[in-house]
Ligand binder design. Structure first.
Ligand code: GLU
Length: 256
């Protein structure tokens, strides 16, 4: 059987909490090769201290990952090259590109640079007119093939930002480019990212990248049933550790 490659891709914008521990443990358990990616494109919100905390917490949990760790802050060139979706959408049926001050603009496909935000957006309607429908194989929650047609994507997702003015790329482009670069065969992530997965499959198709399998997992909730968020420092792994909890305790707390 082909090697299964999975990843855990945290953003160093806060301490890892129980939800992260669960996500990392699920990803590691499902891969023959388990990779780590630091999603730090949003520079002002990311700190070296939080990044150091990620390595410390994961090691404490007993996880090991194949080196090197991919840090998204080092990947601007890769995103610029692959993130130039205008080129990927420049099929003959789209019409000849108009060359403007910002480079080629493909009419009816890419809405171009917005004067108000400076962001580059993908016209979902035009993208889906070209792709027809997209699908991916789900191995977790609601296992099976999930298919999205143009109407669904236009109504539920709509146009998406491909490149923010401040960082020159976006979460969506960075994830799609890096999952392909790292040879990920199954993306494990929380079910709250289900809509993002549909976007990623569209981008993979447009960029000619493979679509991995997806394993959306349940979310870890607090006692009130609310999903844990970064600001829930009370659930930080480092805090449990300081209070004497063991990795086995953490596994039990997240139901593993
Ligand atoms: N970096 C994202 C997060 O911390 C997850 C990445 C992904 O699964 O695409 O929530």
């Amino acid at each position: 059987m082909a090697e299964r490659v999975t990843r855990f891709a945290p953003s160093p914008t806060g301490p890892l909490h129980l939800g992260h521990a669960y996500a990392a443990l699920v990803a590691a358990s499902r891969g023959d090769r388990f990779l780590l990616r630091i999603e730090d494109i949003d520079r002002p919100r990311c700190t070296p201290e939080f990044e150091a905390g990620i390595y410390e917490d994961l090691e404490w949990l007993g996880l090991t990952w194949a080196e090197p760790v991919l840090r998204q802050s080092t990947r601007a060139e890769a995103y610029a090259a692959r993130g130039d979706i205008k080129a990927a959408l420049s099929a003959p049926q789209e019409g000849a590109p108009m060359i403007g001050p910002d480079g080629p603009v493909y009419p009816g496909t890419c809405r171009g640079r917005e004067h108000d935000t400076g962001a580059l957006r993908l016209n979902m309607g035009a993208a889906m007119a070209r792709l027809g429908a997209v699908s991916f194989v789900e191995t977790g929650v609601d296992a099976g093939t999930h298919r999205f047609d143009a109407t669904q994507l236009i109504e539920t997702v709509g146009d998406i930002v491909l490149a923010r003015r401040d960082i020159g790329t976006s979460y969506h482009i960075a994830v799609v480019v890096d999952d392909a670069a790292q040879g990920i065969t199954e993306v494990t992530r929380g079910r709250d990212l289900f809509a993002a997965t549909a976007i990623h499959v569209v981008l993979q198709q447009l960029l000619g990248l493979p679509t991995p399998a997806y394993h959306h997992h349940r979310l870890i909730r607090d006692n009130q049933g609310k999903r844990l968020a970064k600001r829930d420092d009370a659930r930080a792994l480092s805090k449990y550790r300081a209070e004497g909890a063991t990795p086995a305790d953490i596994r039990r707390m997240v139901g593993l």
